[in-house]
Design a protein. Sequence first.
Length: 134
Amino acid sequence: ETEIEDGDCMKCFACILTFLVLLSDFSGCEKSKTDISISSGNYYAVGEYEEMLTPYLWIDADKNEFAFSAGLLVSYAETGSFEINSGRLIATSQRRTLAFSIRDDETLVMIGDSGNDFSALSIGSEFVYSKDPR
């Protein structure tokens, strides 16, 4: 039988930890912070929704403000501010935090939602920029 000594186990752990840190550093190198831009306007969820009931995210890139709603006919929308960091848009209101990965300047992908009230939306939902209301 082979025994692993404590020193060998620690070396293995250190190597794995170093590998994971380097992997996370390199995976974030796709775009620098200055390369990332998004357009101001409405980003609508991709999917089959009833007319005027398509979930959307409204962005004002100049003021770093957002609104998130279940559709244009819904009177309530989460509002707050957002920041862009490492290719991610993090939108925070008083009761909710939404996180999106920025695929390109016209596509956002939901990667987190601290209070998902919309059963039709899930992690991985795409939001695409559109100048026309839906």
